[in-house]
Design a protein around this ligand. Structure first.
Ligand SMILES: [Zn+2]
Length: 293
């Protein structure tokens, strides 16, 4: 785990059947280079990971999640921003140098696990990210993991060590059906505003919308973590189904949800208010331009 980084502990090399002689020989040949006491790297090692280990810890938190996204878990959703190198400090490693560029020391909830690998495993990284990310962002990240990796909440929790009350409460708000970060955050914000929300409701028996509240379907940008080539065609087919069943559909972008939520909420309230049909018949002068004859 994390060995794709090219940074290893001597114990990891030993577990991969490297003898002391093999290691000494590789060091002489320059195919293994010392990083700090007990750690070595290959010449092409990931520079961020080298930087984290040199600083005296493991690449963790959002940075580790981004690493795992690039190495075998492409479905993990990572919120924009958070571009600093997030490092979880080891009690036993000495800092040889600060990481180059912006970085952040991170710490998870509960008793810290020892640093045994250069890149924290996903559960440890999530525990750290629970402090560095906002709750909505963190839940959206976990939703994406549950949706794309086949892991369950108990799987993740079992490998997290301690699961604090804060983290357990956030896990309880996760939903493995969610298909994009935008959808997760829209769902959480609708819940917070007091809406009852159906996730991935069935449309016409075959298709699924992202979210439904009342008679309003909400489709979110970046609909699928997988973003497969059939998405466009499926969207069109779903549009036909919703038209036949006379649903109202609202499409939201990530920016709508993150940066324009007040307006979005106002629009959703306008569409879902119980007297909307009277308004459509022209009783509300503010909406006279949409009145039916
Ligand atoms: Zn962090």
């Amino acid at each position: 785990m994390g060995t794709e980084s090219g940074v290893f502990t001597l114990a990891e090399l030993s577990a991969m059947d490297w003898s002391r002689d093999d290691i000494a020989q590789a060091r002489r040949a320059g195919t293994l280079i010392s990083v700090t006491r007990g750690w070595v790297r290959s010449p092409g090692a990931d520079s961020r990971v080298v930087s984290a280990v040199t600083a005296g810890g493991a690449l963790s938190c959002v940075s580790a999640l981004r690493f795992h996204q690039a190495h075998g878990s492409p479905g993990i959703w990572i919120p924009p921003g958070h571009s600093e190198t997030h490092v979880r400090r080891s009690k036993h490693m000495k800092s040889a140098a600060r990481p180059t560029g912006p970085f952040r020391w991170c710490q998870g909830f509960g008793r810290p696990l020892p640093v045994t690998t250069a890149v924290d495993a996903i559960p440890t990284a999530l525990n750290c990210a629970a402090r560095c990310l906002g709750a909505e962002e963190w839940i959206a990240v976990v939703d994406s993991m549950l949706n794309t990796t086949g892991w369950t909440v108990p799987d993740i929790q079992a490998q997290m060590g301690t699961v604090s009350k804060t983290v357990a409460a956030m896990f309880a708000r996760c939903d493995e059906r969610s298909q994009s970060g935008t959808e997760s955050i829209a769902r959480l914000r609708l819940h917070a505003a007091g809406f009852r929300v159906d996730v991935q409701p069935s449309i016409g028996g075959r298709e699924h919308a992202d979210l439904r509240t009342g008679a309003l379907l909400i489709e979110c940008d970046g609909r699928s973590y997988h973003s497969d080539e059939n998405a466009f065609r499926n969207d069109r087919r779903r549009d036909r189904m919703t038209t036949i069943d006379r649903w109202i559909t609202m499409r939201l972008t990530y920016d709508d949800v993150l940066y324009g939520w007040d307006q979005v909420l106002e629009d959703i309230r306008a569409v879902t208010r119980p007297d909307r049909h009277r308004i459509r018949r022209g009783n509300d002068p503010r909406r006279a331009h949409v009145a039916s004859p």
